[in-house]
Design a protein around this ligand. Structure first.
Ligand code: NAI
Ligand code: ISE
Length: 342
């Protein structure tokens, strides 16, 4: 059976996911699209030669009986109503981060999904599918470095758009570390503190850049994440886990090594799409395969979306106060036990 997708939002990541479902992955097909920007919707239909209906809005797209799964790639604040409407209609949902822009919104989705009675939703936290992170997790789960004690990470972008603001360092950027790190170490966050180092001259007036977050987990692991979105030199994601018996870290992205003009060098990517291309392919292929095989997705859950939203809220508060802020999750419903990607 082919999983038939309706896509809400055909911008940067929406069109990239349409491309991979149409040209790279197997078992999925785009049958409907919608975008506030009608031209953008028309463009993807033409560019990828889709046999797809263009709908005026998300409600009409979700109501199409031919749509099995809804791909939500609109702007963050538009995610919650589309996801809730899709669950109400009993459709599968692949939703890009954030699942909703508030913890309350994520909780409404969690409750709607539990009321439906089986998992329908997967959140686009693609790093859990990245080969480097998967290897780190295997090493940690197999006790290769003993108990993890500290983690050091960096999330660096060469530059960002003018509208990128200080809070987006959390909601757009740090959110990937927030999701992947608790999954990596099987632990929950307890508190967070934000520190603003000396500001780079390349950041616009309204943006605090770089920023550092110190997260503490329930078992006492201290995580230090640097977010630096005007680092100039490239898109660079780093993660080093320091354990009782050794250290493991993310591999460098593979690139040829050149010897030229008295220099030994390798390339650094400039673009997140390229850095995580395999992970994006794998997360969506897993979504399609799991639904076809088991009738439900098994990737990052609505509950993971909720954890990310609660943690992001505490990080945003920490930006304002400079104090250590407590991260307090509701009790995890039994519904979400042992269902997520291992
Ligand atoms: P974008 O601005 O390029 O595209 C969003 C599109 O959605 C626009 O064309 C807009 O007209 C449309 N839209 C917004 N609300 C809509 C609604 N209610 N109905 C129909 N169309 C609507 O944005 P981009 O970069 O593609 O980001 C989309 C989402 O994906 C964001 O939530 C972002 O955080 C997330 N994202 C995730 C990434 C990842 O690494 N997992 C990478 C980039 C974005
Ligand atoms: C972007 O919005 C993403 O989600 C990328 O995965 C992230 O690494 C990048 O820094 C964000 O701007």
């Amino acid at each position: 059976m082919t999983l038939k997708f309706g896509v809400i939002g055909t911008g940067a990541i929406g069109s990239d996911h349409i491309r991979r479902i149409t040209n790279t992955l197997s078992g999925g097909k785009i049958v409907a699209v919608t975008d506030f920007n009608k031209e953008a919707a028309k463009r993807v239909v033409e560019d990828f030669n889709l046999d797809a209906v263009i709908y005026p809005d998300d409600k009409a797209l979700i109501a199409d009986d031919n749509v099995d799964a809804v791909l939500v790639t609109s702007w963050g604040p538009a995610h919650e109503p589309s996801v809730l409407a899709a669950i109400e209609a009993g459709k599968y949902v692949f939703c890009e981060k954030p699942l909703a822009t508030t913890a309350e919104g994520c909780m409404r989705i969690v409750q709607a999904e539990m009321k439906h009675g089986k998992r329908l939703v997967q959140v686009g936290f693609m790093r859990r599918y990245d080969n480097g992170y998967v290897q780190l997790k295997e090493a940690i789960d197999n006790h290769y470095i003993g108990d993890p004690l500290m983690i050091r990470c960096a999330h660096r972008n060469p530059t960002v758009a003018e509208n990128y603001s200080t809070d987006m360092a959390v909601s757009d950027t740090l959110v990937h570390e927030i999701d992947v790190l608790h999954w990596l170490i099987n632990d929950d966050y307890k508190s967070v503190q934000a520190i603003f180092p000396k500001k780079t001259k390349y950041a616009l007036n309204h943006l605090q850049d770089p920023q550092i977050y110190i997260l503490e987990t329930v078992s006492g692991i201290i995580i230090n994440v640097e977010v630096f979105v005007n680092c100039r030199y490239g898109y660079d994601i780093r993660c080093e886990v320091i354990g009782e018996e050794g250290i493991v870290s993310l591999p460098e992205v593979s690139s040829i090594i050149s010897r030229k003009n008295a220099k030994l060098s390798t390339n650094i990517l400039m673009d997140w799409k390229q850095r995580f291309i395999d992970a994006y392919n794998k997360e969506l292929q897993d979504f399609i395969d799991s639904i076809q095989k088991n009738g439900e997705p098994k990737g990052p859950t609505s509950w993971d979306g909720y954890i990310a939203a609660v943690t992001a809220d505490a990080c945003l508060k920490a930006q304002q106060t400079g104090e250590k802020e407590i991260i307090q999750l509701a009790e995890k419903p039994h519904f979400y036990e042992n269902v997520a990607l291992k």
